[in-house]
Design a protein around this ligand. Structure first.
Ligand code: NAD
Ligand code: AHE
Ligand code: ZN
Length: 371
């Protein structure tokens, strides 16, 4: 048992509390990781706020981290102390029906315990000073200086990659770029609309530029996001609050009949409908990335689908983490993709709640906590 510092979500809707917590060592198939840096994703805020139907408290949130292996449990073969790793909320066991099916990245080997805030043996390694168990989150719990993660949920990465940048590959970068490359499989010359120019949407834009899209329309209520989006490849900007009349009609006209691909990176179900309906008749595909609150539902007229639009979704950008994440780290190190400008704020663990305030105020793209 060690003691480590963590930001603990004691109750839904309350600020995280920074404290020393207990952490048991790794059991069979598990790995103790020292987290060096973690990003703050909107999904952490979604769960902290109480909107997540799977939210369980107390919990240590955070799923966008990078760190170093300290100790491995019995039977762990693919990792050793000193290895640099990125925790994966979508693991890759390489054995389950899902891993063996090239149509999905949704490894289900540990999904049920992960959703209950537990490690695969049904217990938690974290506890409060009084011994009360603390739940894990998305199998990662990166808002702690040390965490225990199953071996199948760790991508081994090169040792020269900076933790404070590549932690973002643990969610936002991979989700955004992967939605374009793995899920939509966007072709050169395509037209696209990206709703929400935050930490995910900007990476969708970066992915669209990599894929060779001709027109990349960004849609956001916050004009403060325009400069960064243009830097990453946005060709046109639409602020829905400035559009007179119907937003769908405006976007359809702007893209010459609708976009080949549209992406929701807001989590708002009304935006998801607009995204579907702004996709081109006959062939347009709309990809849902955003995560919507408990009880929210999407709707549209079935005629939208009958007339050839498709509605799809993506988790972790369709990436198989142990295989794909080390490659995306290489892309960053080789200058094929950019991360640094999107990390707008660096914080200490004690400042983590300020990071959520910056997110709410629309002032940050990614805030990263460095330990
Ligand atoms: P963010 O807060 O950084 O960005 C959200 C952006 O959407 C902001 O720029 C905001 O101004 C904009 N926005 C909000 N409402 C809007 C509206 N009605 N119209 C236009 N723009 C609007 O959040 P993020 O970290 O980029 O996450 C975006 C969404 O993606 C969240 O729902 C998050 O939970 C989800 N997400 C999903 C996956 C996945 O694997 N599917 C992975 C990561 C994040
Ligand atoms: N717990 C929520 C769903 C949350 C969700 O959809 N998570 C995404 C990743 S978001 C990362 O920022 C995901 O991977 N989903 C697939 C999965 O198996 O959770 C709810 O609504 O219950
Ligand atoms: Zn995330």
């Amino acid at each position: 048992m060690i003691k480590t510092r963590a930001a603990v979500a004691l109750e839904a809707g309350k600020p995280l509390e920074i404290m020393e917590v207990n952490l048991e060592g790794p059991k069979a198939g598990e790995v103790l990781v020292e987290i060096k840096a973690t990003g703050l994703c909107h999904t952490d805020e979604f769960t902290r706020s109480g909107d997540d139907p799977e939210g369980i408290f107390p919990a240590i949130l955070g799923h966008e981290g990078a760190g170093v292996v300290i100790e491995v449990g019995e039977g762990v073969k693919s990792l050793k102390p000193g290895d640099h790793v990125i925790p994966l909320y979508t693991p890759e066991c390489r054995e389950c029906d899902y891993c063996l099916n090239p149509k999905t990245n949704l490894c289900q080997a540990i999904r049920s315990t992960q959703g209950q805030g537990l490690l695969p043996d049904g217990t938690t390694r974290f506890s409060l000073p009084d011994g009360t168990p603390i739940h894990h989150y998305m199998g990662c719990s990166t808002f702690a200086n040390h965490t225990v993660v199953p071996e199948i949920a760790l991508a081994k990465i090169r040792e020269d990659a900076p933790f404070d940048k590549v932690c973002y590959i643990g969610c936002g970068v991979t989700t955004g770029i992967g939605a374009v490359i793995n899920t939509a499989k966007v072709e050169i010359g395509s037209t696209a609309i990206v709703f929400g120019l935050g930490g995910i949407g900007l990476n969708v834009i970066q992915g669209l530029r990599l894929a060779g899209a001709d027109q990349i329309v960004g849609v956001d209520l916050n004009p403060g996001k325009v400069e960064m989006a243009e830097k990453f490849g946005m060709t046109d900007f639409v602020n829905p609050s400035e559009v007179e009349g119907d937003l769908v009609a405006h976007l359809v006209e702007l893209t010459g009949g609708g976009a080949d691909y549209t992406f929701d990176a807001t989590g708002n179900v009304n935006v998801m409908r607009t995204a579907l309906e702004a996709a081109h008749k006959g062939w347009g595909e709309s990809i849902i990335i955003g995560v919507a609150p408990a009880g929210a539902e999407i709707s549209t007229r079935p005629f939208q689908l009958v007339t050839g639009r498709s509605w799809r979704g993506t988790a972790f950008g369709g990436a198989s983490g142990r295989t794909d994440v080390p490659k995306i780290v290489d892309w960053y190190m080789d200058g094929k993709i950019e991360i640094d400008p999107m990390i707008t704020h660096k914080l200490t663990l004690d400042q983590i709640n300020e990071g959520f305030e910056l997110m709410h105020q629309g002032k940050s793209i990614r805030a990263v906590v460095e330990f």
